[in-house]
Design a binder for this molecule. Structure first.
Ligand SMILES: [Zn+2]
Length: 93
């Protein structure tokens, strides 16, 4: 049985019309016939999720660098010198 589509508050970022609705599979879709990108809201939400993943990655990278720095300090305190490549990442200093 088909349920009627539910309208969603706000405007479509692609065509600026208040024509968003909850489409099949829970995807927010624009119903404007000439909309250049009816799935724009979904794409933006997906992009935001990727931004969050990158932020988490950078936060983890920063924590990793701090840990390496602390380990270098601890190693130096007991007269051990780790190899130069210790703690290197492919993302620069
Ligand atoms: Zn639209």
């Amino acid at each position: 049985m088909m349920r009627p589509h539910r309208e969603i508050q706000g405007r479509c970022p692609a065509c600026r019309n208040a024509t968003l609705f909850l489409g099949d599979g829970g995807h927010i879709t624009c119903s404007w016939t000439d909309c250049p990108n009816p799935g724009a809201v979904g794409e933006i939400l997906e992009a935001m999720q990727h931004i969050k993943e990158v932020e988490d990655f950078l936060r983890n990278l920063d924590a990793f660098r701090k840990l390496v720095s602390a380990m270098r300090t601890a190693a130096a305190a007991v007269g051990v010198s780790p190899p130069d490549s210790f703690g290197d990442t492919p993302y620069g200093p």
